[in-house]
Design a protein around this ligand. Structure first.
Ligand code: SIN
Length: 519
């Protein structure tokens, strides 16, 4: 199969990019692929919303820039922060024009929420279902374009590079993909390939990320020799509900603390005021670490979130999903305290890209959580991730439309790209071992590479992951490919790079905290 542009991943980044490119370049063929269903990624789970300056009577771009830079422990790229914050408003209007419905107040203005690290109310949202609403509207919108096709149940195996074509152009030529329905590995050649594959929260046992968040784009980029940056900046969300809901870890949005919910320890004390002047609305890294300190020093399993002050009508109108999910596990948040712990949430690092989300490999872009743009520094400001996605997707689409015409490779070249060798049917035995190795990797990462790290722990993790890596390579070399094996291969590679970078990091910044470097 050949397409002008291949987009891998269909969250907010991949869909926004495709829509924008289809609008400005109707003659360009765009193919979207996703691992399971079109809405299977992280976007759907985003509760809080998008941080955008829209109330210019109270808020300013400068305040949002400062909040982003400070939350990132002053490690972000100020030029990037500057343009992302300033371009956000236009991109938000586009999302609305494409059919996204955000909550409004009685004056018909956008209803703005507040989250940790923000000096003003600026979170544009749809109840506690902001990501799901955006995803719905974008999926609807792509159907308007004849030049966009999408393929569900397709999993990235590897990017096609000079290594496969025996050329020397430093380019990406598409990807090898498992079509799970047909049980075969197909070649999709393309002039431009876009990774919008999300994060790697599945590296940890306890994560707010869905099962599909296995760092596939990161792993494939690494194998294509594209640089991965700042991987140790893994952000833990402070408040995940302790009992799983329908087998999945459930996020309790920071927006609840934005309307006054308080974190309490087992003595009933609102402890956050001891840790930061902004107390419950301190930046996320500080809140997550403070919770862990409370848990560890008192040998408890969780802390509490108290939202009992909220009116039932307010709860129903603003947090219906949280209300339903808590009730499913026997907690009534209108009367009961909610047991919460931090959970792996967001990868602030990722694939190195420039200001148009282009990687150093020509023809390859990375957008959204899988990329590292410099916006987040060492700790992402709450609700800045969807903002980054819409701004960089737009920039990448404009850049693509200009660059694609310069690509002179012809049909003959693409048809000569070799097919993938072998098939991917998996035996039961391999399935069992793949599962076992995945679990061991998650346990190693959770125990040794979590919120608090030590020098010895990281070295131990490095050894363990190296041995898991060799076992995975063995499996890979001696068995037919499968989607589980493909995911494991990515997870192990990403974990290995992450731990090596963590060992190299000699200073605590933002979410990165190694006891060795406490001043
Ligand atoms: C939340 O709603 O608390 C999560 C939002 C985010 O991760 O930015």
């Amino acid at each position: 199969m050949h397409t002008d542009v291949l987009v891998i991943g269909t969250g907010i980044s991949g869909l926004t990019y495709a829509i924008k490119l289809a609008e400005i370049s109707p003659e360009t063929s765009i193919s979207l692929i996703c691992k399971t269903k079109l809405d299977d990624g992280n976007t759907r789970y985003a509760q809080g919303g998008i941080a955008v300056v829209s109330n210019f009577k109270k808020d300013t771009f400068e305040k949002h820039i400062e909040d982003t830079y400070n939350a990132g422990d002053r490690c972000g790229d100020l030029e990037v922060i500057n343009f992302v914050v300033r371009e956000g408003n236009e991109r938000l209007k586009e999302l609305i024009n494409w059919g996204t419905q955000f909550d409004t107040n009685s004056n018909d203005a956008l209803d703005l929420g507040k989250e940790g690290g923000h000096s003003e109310k600026r979170i544009v949202h749809r109840k506690d279902q902001s990501g799901a609403e955006i995803q719905r509207a974008l999926i609807n919108k792509i159907r308007d374009f004849k030049n966009i096709k999408y393929f569900e149940n397709h999993i990235l195996v590897d990017l096609i590079t000079d290594h496969h074509t025996k050329t020397n152009y430093n380019r990406c030529y598409g990807a090898y993909i498992i079509s799970t329905d047909d049980e075969e590995i197909i070649k999709i050649s393309s002039k431009v390939t876009v990774l919008s594959t999300g994060g790697a929260g599945q590296l940890y046992t306890f994560t707010t990320n869905p099962i599909v968040a296995t760092g596939d784009g990161l792993g494939a980029a690494y194998r294509a020799k594209v640089k991965l940056e700042k991987l140790p900046y893994v952000q833990f969300h402070p408040t995940a509900l302790v009992p799983k809901v329908k087998g999945e870890t459930f996020l309790i949005t920071e927006a609840m603390r934005g309307v006054g919910a308080k974190l309490l320890n087992h003595e009933g004390e609102a402890f956050m005021r001891h840790y930061h002047p902004s107390a419950d609305l301190a930046p996320r890294d500080i809140v997550a670490r403070s919770i862990m300190q409370e848990i560890m020093s008192n040998n408890h399993k969780h802390v509490w979130l108290d939202a009992t002050h909220l009116e039932e009508s307010h709860f129903i109108s603003h947090f219906p999903t949280i209300l339903d999910s808590c009730k499913l596990v026997g907690i009534n948040p209108l009367k009961d305290l909610i047991p919460v712990v931090p959970a792996a949430h967001y990868s602030c690092g990722g694939i190195q890209v420039d200001k148009n989300s282009k990687t150093k490999l020509d023809g390859l872009y990375a957008i959204g959580e899988c990329s590292h743009t410099g916006l987040h520094g060492a700790n992402r400001l709450a609700s800045n991730s969807l903002l980054e996605s819409i701004v960089f997707s737009h920039r990448a689409a404009i850049h693509t439309s200009l660059e694609i015409t310069k690509n002179k490779l012809d049909e003959k070249f693409f048809s000569m790209i070799p097919a993938w060798e072998g098939q991917h049917f998996s035996s039961k035995e391999q399935h069992h071992l793949t599962k076992k190795l995945r679990k061991e990797l998650q346990e190693t990462m959770s125990q040794l590479v979590g919120i608090f790290k030590t020098k010895e722990g990281l070295i131990e993790a490095q050894k363990k992951i190296l041995s898991l890596y060799h076992e995975t390579v063995d499996l890979y070399n001696n068995n037919k490919m499968s989607s589980e094996l493909c995911e494991l291969r990515n997870m192990v590679s990403v974990a290995y790079v992450l731990v090596n970078q963590a060992i190299e990091q000699k200073e605590n910044k933002g979410v990165f905290y190694n006891h060795e470097y406490v001043k």
